[in-house]
Design a protein around this ligand. Structure first.
Ligand code: DAH
Length: 351
């Protein structure tokens, strides 16, 4: 072994150290070169073979080699050791997220489910969806719907009146403002702004000054329907409502129309659906009558068409109106309407 070979060996070890990038490689280097059986220890063994004259020089170089390699090794160890520690502390972005375990996942409220299903059925039959203001003027809520000025529905018992505010511009009679008592005023708004054919439903909230009880709330949901065109008849109304009832309650149900009265329709009919629980034989849900009342309807009164700017000599139309809450009560056999609004999970989780 010569001093030059020693120098080359040292360069080689330093180059090897440079390429090391893992703790495994560090460990292998240590075993190969720095232990008692390693290559550097072996070089010290070979000092014996060196001549007396060369020995001091050789010994010095060899010690220097060992110190240099050990120092560089320590540097490398510190570097790799600290970086592997850092990566352990870092956030592992490849880790799958913890699953969210919900014992009771939320679901649509039974009232909204009924509401949305009813809307979807009419949408499928080609009805557009329209909305109108919940704060309404007297003219749209009553006047143009052919309610006589002294009609009991205008009475303080039923209607929430809103104190007039001079800054309001709600497009009608700003002096006499109410919370709409039904969705029918939107019929008028549709006819005022559109030319027939009109075919729309109006889902929305309505308000009545009624005592809250198992059967009634002061705020509830209605869906209005309106079709105006040339040659529209009561047969069209009946066909659409029968199709609707079959889609909501089941394909076996029948409907029947009973004569009734509404100021805004003539003739007017109340519509019953055969009890979908007992098939019409009579049960607790239908109070042993075999029928369930679901809505009011009729042919749009000529006075209403005229008040809304539509010529009753040319056009005719039908209209209908549902109470959504009552329909949901029927569907789910809920006996107290207030249950829908109390947010009691023991009630809601049943649906
Ligand atoms: N507006 C009525 C109510 O509040 C429901 C109704 C009945 C709507 C007959 C109509 C209809 O469009 O033709 O009870």
């Amino acid at each position: 072994m010569t001093l030059v070979e020693l120098q080359i060996f040292k360069e080689q070890l330093l180059a090897d150290l440079d390429t090391i990038s893992s703790t495994d490689q560090l460990e292998a280097f240590k075993l190969a070169h720095l232990t008692r059986k390693g290559s550097i220890a072996a070089l010290f063994e070979r000092l014996r073979e060196v001549s007396k004259e060369e020995k001091p020089q050789f010994g010095k170089e060899l010690n220097l080699l060992r110190q240099t390699i050990e120092a560089r090794f320590a540097d490398k160890e510190a570097l790799i050791g600290s970086s592997s520690k850092r990566s352990k502390d870092a956030i592992d972005l490849t880790m799958p997220a913890r699953p969210i375990i919900v014992e009771e996942p939320g679901h649509e409220h039974p009232l909204m489910r009924t509401f949305n299903e009813m809307i979807a059925i009419f949408e499928k039959m080609g009805f557009a969806i329209a909305y109108g203001p919940e704060v309404e003027d007297d003219e749209h809520n009553f006047g143009k719907l052919n309610f006589p000025p002294d009609h009991p529905a205008r009475d303080m018992q039923d209607t929430f009146f809103v104190a007039p505010n001079p800054t309001w511009k709600i497009g009608g009679d700003d002096e006499h403002v109410v919370l709409r008592t039904h969705t029918s005023p939107v019929q008028v708004r549709l006819m005022e702004t559109q030319t027939p054919p009109i075919r729309a439903i109006v889902p929305g909230r309505v308000y009545r000054n009624e005592a809250v009880s198992a059967r009634s709330q002061a705020a509830f949901f209605m869906i209005e329907g309106l079709v105006v065109d040339k040659g529209v008849t009561m047969a069209d109304l009946k066909g659409v409502l029968l199709s609707f009832a079959k889609q909501l309650f089941g394909s076996d149900v029948k409907i029947r129309l009973r004569p009734s009265f509404f100021p805004f329709t003539e003739p007017s009919a109340e519509v019953d659906v055969s009890c979908y629980i007992c098939g019409g034989k009579g049960c607790r849900v239908c109070k042993h009558s075999g029928w369930l009342e679901i809505l009011g309807s009729g042919m749009v009164h000529p006075n209403v068409l005229r008040a809304s700017g539509i010529d009753p000599e040319i056009y005719s139309g039908y209209a209908f109106g549902f109470g959504v809450d009552r329909t949901a009560m029927m569907r789910y056999d809920v006996s107290d309407i207030r249950d829908f609004f109390e947010n009691d999970l023991r009630f809601l989780s049943q649906f």
